[in-house]
Design a protein around this ligand. Structure first.
Ligand SMILES: Cc1cc2nc3c(=O)[nH]c(=O)nc-3n(C[C@H](O)[C@H](O)[C@H](O)COP(=O)(O)O)c2cc1C
Length: 201
C-alpha cells in the first residue's frame, strides 16, 4: 500500500507539516509494508497552473509536476493536511488540486484540517464541495479536525483532547487503508473512460 501525504500549508515549518509528518509515521505503524510519499507545499511550492498543462508544451511547471505526478500515480490513497487560512484552504493546495487529473482518480482521500484555534471546519466543507470534480478523488466520509494544533502531536499525548485526536487519526487512517484496497477494484475494472469524459460535470 502506497500512501501520499500532502502538507497543504504554503509556508515552511508549518503546523500542517508537523501533522503530515506525524501521519506519515502513523501510517507506517498501522499498515505493515506501506510506504509514504510526503509532498510538502511549504518549502517547494509548485508554480501556479499555466496553459502548458493543457497544451503539453515543456515548461518549468511541467518539469516540477512530472515527478509529483509519477509518485501520485503510484499511490493507493491520499491524505491531505490543510490549514484553515481566512476560513479557507490555502491557494497552494487549490493550485495542487488544479494540477491533478488521472493521478488521483478513484482513489480515496482523507481530509485532515488544522487550526491554531477552534476553526478547521471550513476547509473540510470547501474540499468536499469543490476541487474533486475533474481529478475524481474520493474523499472518505471520515475526516479529522485538529484544533489548537500547536498543542497537539508534539510528543507523548499530554491531554485528553490530544488523546482523542490521536485516536481519531488512527481510526481515519485505518479506514483510509481499507478504502485504498477496495477502490483498487474500481480502478482495475476498466470502466472509467476519461478519454471521452475527461472532465466531470
Ligand atoms: C493567512 C492566515 C490566515 C489564517 N486564518 C485562519 C482562520 O481563518 N481560521 C483559523 O482557525 N486559523 C487561521 N489561521 C491560523 C492557522 O490555523 C495557523 O497558522 C495554524 O498553525 C495552521 O497553519 P499552518 O499549517 O500554516 O501552520 C491563519 C493563518 C494564516 C497564516
Amino acid at each position: 500500500m502506497k500512501i501520499a501525504v500532502i502538507s497543504g500549508s504554503q509556508r515552511p515549518n508549518s503546523q500542517s507539516l508537523k501533522v503530515a509528518r506525524y501521519l506519515e509515521e502513523r501510517v507506517a505503524g498501522l499498515c505493515e509494508g506501506s510506504s509514504v510519499y510526503l509532498l510538502e507545499l511549504g518549502t517547494g511550492p509548485l508554480p501556479l497552473w499555466d496553459q502548458s498543462m493543457f497544451t503539453g508544451d515543456p515548461s518549468p511547471l511541467k518539469e516540477a509536476w512530472a515527478p509529483i505526478s509519477a509518485a501520485l500515480t503510484e499511490a493507493d490513497a491520499i491524505v491531505v493536511v490543510t490549514p484553515e487560512w481566512h476560513g479557507m484552504v490555502p491557494p497552494a493546495l487549490k493550485n495542487f488540486l488544479l494540477m491533478c487529473s488521472k493521478e488521483l482518480a478513484n482513489k480515496p482521500g482523507l481530509i485532515v484540517s488544522v487550526s491554531a484555534s477552534l476553526g478547521g471546519s471550513y476547509p473540510v466543507v470547501e474540499l468536499r464541495t469543490s476541487g474533486y470534480k475533474n481529478n475524481r478523488i474520493c474523499w472518505i466520509p471520515d475526516h479529522v479536525i485538529i484544533r489548537n494544533v500547536s498543542k497537539m502531536l508534539n510528543g507523548d499525548p499530554a491531554s485528553e483532547e490530544e488523546k482523542t485526536v490521536v485516536g481519531r487519526c488512527d481510526h481515519a487512517l485505518r479506514i483510509l487503508v481499507e478504502y485504498g484496497k477496495a477502490l483498487r477494484a474500481v480502478r482495475e475494472s476498466g470502466v472509467a473512460d476519461y478519454d471521452t469524459y475527461a472532465f466531470g460535470m
